[in-house]
Design a protein around this ligand. Structure first.
Ligand SMILES: Cc1cc2nc3c(=O)[nH]c(=O)nc-3n(C[C@H](O)[C@H](O)[C@H](O)COP(=O)(O)OP(=O)(O)OC[C@H]3O[C@@H](n4cnc5c(N)ncnc54)[C@H](O)[C@@H]3O)c2cc1C
Length: 396
């Protein structure tokens, strides 16, 4: 199948302006494509996330030309992540163990981070349509010819293109239409708010295990801290939707969480989101439709590397599209192979660690066990980032 469009520049249409969509837009615009980026919300907007930006992301920010802007946005430089069992046993993972050029991670709200990436895309000449939800595809034989979009005014429009990317996160708004896949039943629910009055030193991210889930805490801008937690859907149901009670009874049953969050003040109502599963998804649901970021694979939040994978996968996809400029098959094969090589091992390792994370007794024992050995902690931390190209991981 030929991708070369002789009469004009190839046009890429990207749905979703999270880190995957905006970074892909910047990369494709720089390689000479005409790019339209379609986003459901208006930026800046709050977004449920732990807001821990892994040190390796800063290298991507540098490539994308947004590093100085991100670093001056008022966020916190995070030197270590400390995992706490229910009873307060702890194990620390310094940020420099990830082997990135930057020795620290960054705590910055998604409102600020995503806005900066979107504005950079605009500067690179990307056409941006905000307040526009992509809700379907128009096909011509196998190929996607256009996406259908509902604008804020209620008007429906079609946006045509040659290449399409689904960067709508776990929603997979385009991929679901192309492959007919059904949304599965949520197994977990994530919650987040910002807090003042948190009793924790700056420069660290803390992770708390509690019955049915775990949560993270780190500072972002304006002296506020982001608290985000993930809990089993059946546990949420048993609290009848009363998130504050759930926090009091479950999250704060972790001794360390009670110390840091016990007197903290919530700044806005809890944001909540359902999570239906983890791991890789179909990456190329139609010959000219590619899934990137969480739409391509979702990694466990305790690794603090979902945004990193969004940035890494957009890099892989942009390169595969440029390499396979004259053939969709070549682009698809390249993207699938590179994605597997970079992410398959870390996703498998996380599947093992996830089973431990939801069993508080087991999580407590695991925190104690790895707390004894810095070598074990370093290997585990690095394994959540490594791909096959890095020469094999620890036990997978
Ligand atoms: C509880 C929890 C905590 C997490 N904590 C961290 C963390 O601390 N660090 C980390 O690195 N990762 C974390 N993650 C993962 C991280 O949030 C994701 O991996 C990352 O946001 C993926 O980026 P993305 O661009 O693929 O998708 P998203 O960031 O989800 O962006 C998708 C975009 O698409 C838009 N969109 C959705 N549907 C449509 C539509 N129909 N039409 C148009 N636009 C649409 C959305 O509005 C959004 O802007 C966490 C995830 C969860 C659930």
């Amino acid at each position: 199948m030929n991708l070369t469009v002789e009469r004009r520049t190839r046009k890429a249409v990207i749905a979703g302006a999270g880190p995957a969509g905006s970074s892909l837009a910047i990369r494709l615009a720089r390689s000479g494509l005409e790019v339209t980026l379609i986003e459901r919300s208006f930026f800046p907007r709050r977004k449920l996330c732990g807001e821990f930006i892994s040190p390796e992301c800063l290298e991507h920010f540098k490539d994308l030309g947004v590093l100085a802007d991100m670093m001056s946005a008022g966020g916190d430089r995070i030197a270590e992540t400390v995992f706490f069992s229910m009873k307060g046993r702890s194990a620390s993972v310094p940020s420099d163990w990830f082997g990135a050029a930057s020795k620290s991670a960054l705590g910055l709200s998604r409102a600020e981070m995503d806005l900066r990436l979107l504005e950079k895309a605009r500067c690179e000449g990307v056409e941006i349509i905000e307040g526009a939800a992509v809700n379907g595809i128009v096909r011509e034989e196998d190929l996607v010819k256009a996406v259908t979009v509902r604008l804020e005014s209620g008007e429906r429009v079609e946006v045509e293109g040659d290449i399409f990317a689904d960067a709508t996160g776990r929603a997979r708004a385009l991929a679901r239409h192309a492959s007919g896949e059904e949304a599965s039943r949520p197994r977990l629910v994530g919650f987040k708010s910002h807090f003042s009055g948190v009793e924790m030193p700056s420069g660290r991210c803390e992770i708390y295990f509690f019955p049915g889930g775990y949560g993270g805490l780190n500072y972002v801008e304006d002296g506020l801290a982001n608290h985000c937690f993930l809990v089993r859907a059946d546990v949420v149901r048993s609290f009848g939707g009363d998130t504050d009670s759930m926090v009091d009874e479950l999250v704060l049953s972790n001794i360390r969480a009670r110390q840091t969050l016990g007197n903290a003040k919530k700044q806005f109502d809890w944001l909540a989101v359902a999570v239906d599963g983890f791991g890789p998804k179909e990456l190329v649901p139609a010959p000219n439709l590619f899934a990137v970021g969480d739409a391509g694979a979702f990694i466990d939040p305790f690794t603090g590397s979902g945004m990193l994978m969004a940035l890494e996968s957009s890099d892989l996809l942009a390169k595969a599209l440029v390499r396979g400029a004259s053939s969709l098959e070549t682009a698809a094969e390249g993207y699938r192979a590179d994605h597997r090589s970079k992410f398959a091992r870390r996703l498998r390792l996380c599947a093992v660690m996830r089973r431990i994370a939801y069993l508080p007794m087991f999580a407590g024992a695991a925190v104690s066990a790895v707390g004894l050995s810095s070598t074990a902690r370093k290997l585990l931390a690095r394994s959540t980032r490594k791909g096959a190209e890095a020469g094999g991981s620890w036990f997978l």
